[in-house]
Design a protein around this ligand. Structure first.
Ligand SMILES: Cc1ncc(C[n+]2csc(CCOP(=O)(O)OP(=O)(O)O)c2C)c(N)n1
Length: 348
């Protein structure tokens, strides 16, 4: 069965970025974040294929505009909640690539002392409340964080990243209802990358646009082109500002595509290569580079310098991780609970 979803009122073409560019320093920051995420992910793929990474890794390649565009408007003290595909969110919120790489390689200098791996990275010191191996497991954490911020009157905002597949879980609906009823400073960011593992969104979603589900909860729902970082940035900034001003939650949907398999090693039998190639041509980084070049924001040389610095940073992160020791087997049962939420994640 295949379903496009009904064209209900509010069904819309994704918004694209406006003609007025943000300040140059924001543009450079956003570009640098996208490039750092890509460099990190490409290295993780290489290391996984070389057999150096235990467990699973889910790559974010092709979706960099979402984390980078959203997090550009967040303060360090704001919260984010991530998914099993969380490396991009961590980097965009300011986590350390060295400690992330060490965690992914299973080393004791990683965020969870090497005992959590790719899907369990958190860094409370930058407001990153955790990746989550449970699909839809982050919604209620984000709502709890937003409720806490509201009760403490701190002006913090909580952003919940999740996939199109996760929007079919009960936790999504509970969270949106509660966030709306309590008027919480929460932004729900759906990374609509067209698939939930092997299931296409056209099969499993009752609507074409996840943002339409906002109607049922009485909150704004916005769909943007998730491969256009400026569109993501503008829509997220508006939603974050509204949340901070006391205007309540927003459901923001970014239409994008996961270029790599669901996990590294996925045989990808469920989609045509031509579809992947089509989306590769819409790479959010190449698109943004075209824009930055055309508008005279950065020259080719300046962009290459940013890319080279990112590659260098990631190589250094790999050296740090590779030189770090594995955890002591005697520590296997320590750190099962975290009592101090002010520190740097579970692996302080
Ligand atoms: C509660 C739960 N059900 C199923 C799974 C297995 N699973 C892991 S990722 C995934 C697909 C998630 O799709 P989506 O939310 O769209 O995120 P994406 O992988 O596309 O980023 C599934 C079903 C899980 N980890 N947790």
């Amino acid at each position: 069965m295949s379903r496009d979803g009904p064209r209900i009122p509010g069904g819309r073409e994704p918004l694209t970025g406006g003609s007025k560019l943000p300040d140059r320093d924001i543009l450079i920051r956003v570009y640098t974040t996208m490039v750092r995420i890509r460099a990190f992910e490409e290295k993780v793929e290489e290391l996984f294929l070389a057999g150096k990474i235990p467990g699973f890794v889910h790559l974010y390649i092709g979706e960099e505009a979402v984390a980078s565009g959203v997090c550009a408007s967040l303060e360090r003290s704001d919260y984010i909640v991530s998914t099993h595909r969380g490396h991009g969110h961590c980097i965009a919120k300011g986590a350390s690539p060295r400690r992330m790489m060490a965690e992914i390689l299973g080393k004791s200098t990683g965020y969870c002392k090497g005992k959590g791996g790719s899907m369990h990275i958190a860094d409370f010191s930058v407001g990153m409340l955790g990746a989550n191996g449970v699909v839809g497991g982050g919604f209620n954490i984000a709502v709890g964080a937003a409720l806490s911020a509201k009760m403490r009157r701190t002006n913090q905002v909580a952003v919940c990243f999740f996939g199109d597949g996760a929007s079919n879980r009960g936790t999504f609906h509970e969270a949106l209802n509660m966030a709306s009823v309590f008027h919480l400073p929460c932004v729900f960011v759906c990374e609509h990358n067209q698939y939930a593992s092997t299931t296409p969104a056209t099969y499993s979603l009752s609507v074409r646009d996840v943002a339409d589900r906002a109607v049922g909860y009485g909150i704004p729902g916005v769909t943007v082109d998730g491969n256009d970082v400026l569109a993501v940035y503008e829509a997220a900034r508006e939603a974050i500002d509204r949340a901070r001003r006391g205007g309540g939650p927003t459901l923001l949907e970014a239409k994008t595509y996961r270029i790599k398999g669901h996990f590294v090693g996925d045989p990808e039998k469920y989609r045509d290569r031509s579809e992947v190639e089509e989306w590769k041509a819409r790479c959010p980084i190449l698109r943004f580079e075209d824009r930055l070049r055309a508008q005279g924001v950065l020259t080719e040389g300046e962009m290459e310098a940013i890319r080279a610095a990112a590659r260098e940073e990631i190589l250094e992160a790999v050296s740090f991780a590779e030189e770090s020791p594995y955890p002591d087997p005697d520590d296997a049962f320590s750190d099962l609970y975290v009592l101090d939420t002010q520190g740097e994640g579970c692996g302080r």
